[in-house]
Design a protein around this ligand. Structure first.
Ligand code: ADP
Ligand code: MG
Length: 322
């Protein structure tokens, strides 16, 4: 049976790639050289088996997603990923499982340019905690609290895909094979919008990543900013799979409160519209204006015929009743 130290050496230790990692895995601490002219942006997210992911999730997808959700938070702040730590709690030593987990993690580490610099390995119910550290130039970090009346509200990519993927896995929805695969991939391999976040520095006012559904996450922005909004209901961007599902069920609430998409929702002044469109054209990423910021608190959902849609529920709350 390999010891904890064997596992660390075998799976987590690697030659530092970034010159700013002065001391990496293997000592009591990591020592990182942060640039003088940047702010350090820090975030952490835990994923618990049975709560944040079905226990049978393929380990490579889990390694990928545990990092993706953290990079998504950095993206929402406009930060560039630099370093991560990994606290891994495993029920038993299953080396093929760990190897596969690391493959998924390293796939996204490579893409992001971030480096694993430390962590902790313990025994217990399966859970993964990653802390990500990123860098942003002074005064350019994006926040939830900076939305201004008159701003337009934008969403990247499409929304509702991951929630539909989860419904498919739970047997609550069925889809043609290609759409099934697409939605499960969106659930297990969300693409953090890092380059979009960086590009939005100086363009966007407020930003958040969509982890709890656009209604709940827009609500966080509005509340933090002391404003309200109107969202035009035909406008939230949908994939063909979600559009077909909506056509069949007519259930907008499922789309608006479905979590786990990890798109960015941001607000920006009308004057930034052209620059935003050209940024996203450059990034080859969809961006959609879905509404505008107003002074009256709360979110009004306006149907195409001008009537108002009242949402049943907002988003997922770990300590809520529903
Ligand atoms: P300590 O006893 O000082 O906490 P550990 O034995 O927990 O040290 O870890 C030894 C080294 O391995 C440290 O550099 C730690 O950051 C690193 N490490 C442990 N587990 C992981 C992991 N899952 N991922 C990355 N690095 C890890
Ligand atoms: Mg330790």
């Amino acid at each position: 049976m390999p010891t904890e130290f064997d596992l660390i050496r075998r799976y987590f230790q690697a030659e530092p790639r970034r010159p700013d990692v002065l001391l990496g895995i293997g000592d009591d601490v990591a020592v990182l050289q942060s640039p003088m002219d940047a702010r350090l942006v820090v975030t952490t997210d835990t994923m618990v088996a049975g709560v944040h992911f079905p226990p049978e999730t393929p380990p490579d997808d889990l390694g990928y997603k545990a990092l993706a959700v953290n990079l998504s938070d950095l993206a929402a702040a406009g930060a560039e990923p630099a370093w991560i730590t990994l606290a891994l709690t495993l029920p038993q030593v299953d080396e093929p499982w760990i190897a596969s987990f690391c493959t998924g993690l390293r796939d996204l580490l490579e893409i992001s340019g971030a480096e694993l610099v430390g962590g902790d390995t313990t025994r217990g119910p399966l859970s993964v905690t990653i802390q990500a550290l990123g860098l942003v130039p002074p005064s350019q970090d994006l926040r939830r609290s900076a939305a201004i009346v008159g701003d337009q509200i934008f969403v990247t990519g499409t929304v509702g895909d991951a929630a539909l993927g989860l419904s498919v896995l739970a047997g609550r929805a069925s889809l043609p094979e290609d759409q099934r695969e697409y939605c499960i991939r969106r659930l297990n391999r969300p693409e953090p919008r890092t380059r979009a976040g960086i590009g939005l520095r100086g363009l966007a006012h407020a930003a958040i990543d969509v982890s709890d559904g656009i209604l709940a996450d827009l609500g966080h922005v509005l509340e933090a900013s002391g404003v309200g909004a109107t969202v035009r209901l035909p406008d939230p961007p949908l994939s063909p799979a979600v559009a077909a599902r909506l056509e069949a069920t007519g259930d907008w609430d499922e789309v608006l409160s479905g979590g786990d998409d990890y798109e960015l929702l941001f607000t920006a002044p009308v004057s930034a519209r052209r620059a935003i469109e050209s940024l996203f054209a450059r990034l080859d990423c969809r961006v959609t204006c879905v509404g505008s910021v107003e002074s009256t608190p709360g979110v009004r959902l306006l149907r195409a015929d001008g009537s108002q849609h009242l949402a049943r529920r907002a988003g997922y709350d770990h300590f809520g009743d529903a």
